[in-house]
Write a protein that binds this ligand. Structure first.
Ligand SMILES: [Zn+2]
Length: 84
């Protein structure tokens, strides 16, 4: 799926509403902007939170800006109990 958009003098473009809706963006949200200079492309990627340990996107808790899933949090907790 693609469309042609005009970038303004400040570098802004509008992502079509139907595209935002298709990937679940309904309001303001941070996106990763990646320059693929070897192929002359700029790629936008939705930032989906993932567990910093196993990469799972499910059952997350946020700690100091990082995410950890319930299973990994339990494993870390068990390690701490063994070491005490
Ligand atoms: Zn995890």
């Amino acid at each position: 799926m693609r469309c042609v958009k005009t970038i303004d003098e400040n570098g802004r473009i509008t992502i079509p509403k139907y595209m935002r809706k298709m990937i679940g963006i309904s309001g303001a949200e941070n996106l990763d902007v990646m320059l693929m200079d070897e192929v002359g492309q700029i790629v936008l990627r939705r930032r989906v939170p993932k567990c910093a340990v196993c990469g799972s996107p499910k059952n997350l808790r946020e700690i100091n800006g990082a995410h950890i899933c319930r299973g990994c949090a339990a494993a870390v907790s068990a390690l701490n109990k063994k070491e005490l």
